[in-house]
Design a protein around this ligand. Structure first.
Ligand code: DAH
Length: 331
């Protein structure tokens, strides 16, 4: 039968045991024994139920008082021992070499973008950025891509609403830049673009492009060819050659695809497609309110992954986006 006398005995026993506790280990054992989930104090409190109703009040009051008292004594002892332990730990040897910190670095795509932007900066180009969530005007309409054009197929784009989408090309920034300033314009714009392509070694639903735009009086296709050729020679090496194949893009006329003759280390070489380019279509200049009688311009859009993969001999585009540091650390 539970009684207040038993409680008093518990209090004395616990207090005596606590007085004998000499280190944190023993203190924890004491805590488990008396104040733990299965400890003596909790057990004593649990016995209230078995008492006749008239004894419960007195017993409960005393049991709770003991619990509070022992808890306070425990905290006090813990603080005393805690203050003591720091004095007992082994002294730190300040002469030992520290753990080396592994510094991270920028992703190879980011490094490449900075390098490319820097090359164009030396050729007189500034850099502009545009939003990745775009409207149809900037992704299509102002770029002379009509409603019925296959590039606007909902299955070939990530639409968010019927008129808002993830941009499928950085050509959007041509429009944004021209809307925000009068000519002349000489700008490059790197950034992410999105297309629902099936992912494989050469395709990703997200990749990076570099857009270029040069609009002024008297800009010609010769400027386009020499500027791209210059860039390729600085970025890939002076032995690189470029060629332009006739092509079609709605926002340029004439349009071309630009290839680069890349020399492999084993002595072989191959033409690599870099992207599209051409003379800005007068409709595009008209769409942003530029005088298309007075101004001409060139534009290009190059695939950044393609350049990185060629330059560093990376066989699979997925390696760039899997974020495996063992791979990324190499660059
Ligand atoms: N935006 C085109 C694409 O994603 C690439 C391109 C072609 C950009 C010709 C241009 C250009 O600026 O003149 O396929």
């Amino acid at each position: 039968m539970a009684s207040t006398a038993e409680l008093e005995q518990l209090r004395e026993e616990a207090a005596a045991a606590l007085a004998g506790v000499a280190d944190a280990h023993a203190l924890e054992a004491w805590r488990v024994r008396y104040l733990g989930m299965k400890g003596a104090v909790r057990a004593a409190l649990g016995r209230i139920k078995s008492l006749p109703p008239e004894q419960r009040r007195e017993y409960g009051r005393l049991a709770n008082e003991i619990k509070r008292g022992l808890t306070a004594a425990y905290e006090k002892r813990k603080a005393e021992l805690g203050a003591g332990t720091t004095r007992r730990v082994a002294p730190v040897d300040m002469t030992l070499p520290g753990e080396p910190l592994r510094l991270g670095h920028r992703h190879i795509i980011t490094q490449t973008i900075e390098e490319i932007v820097d090359i164009f900066a030396r050729m007189g180009f500034t850099v502009a950025y545009g939003p990745e969530v775009e409207d149809e005007r900037h992704n299509f309409e102002a770029l002379n891509i009509p409603e019925a054009h296959p590039a606007r197929d909902p299955l070939d784009n990530f639409f968010i609403t019927p008129s808002v989408m993830l941009r499928s090309q950085t050509s959007t920034v041509q429009i944004r830049v021209m809307e925000s300033q009068p000519p002349p314009v000489r700008v490059v714009s790197p950034g992410r673009v999105y297309r629902p392509d099936t992912v494989d070694a050469t395709h990703s639903f997200m990749f990076h492009q570099l857009e270029g735009l040069y609009v002024d009086e008297g800009v010609s296709m010769a400027d386009l060819k020499s500027d791209i050729d210059q860039f390729c020679k600085v970025y890939f090496g002076p032995e690189v050659r470029t060629r332009f194949r006739p092509s079609f893009f709605p926002f340029t006329e004439p349009s071309a695809e630009v290839d680069m003759l890349f020399h492999y280390e084993d002595g072989s070489s191959a033409w690599i497609e870099l992207g599209g380019c051409g003379m800005v279509d007068p409709n595009v200049l008209d769409a942003v309110g530029y005088d298309s009688e007075r101004y001409t311009g060139w534009a290009f859009g190059l695939g950044i992954e393609r350049m990185v993969m060629r330059k560093y001999n990376i066989p699979d585009i997925r390696l760039l986006f899997e974020n495996d540091v063992r791979f990324l650390r190499q660059f």
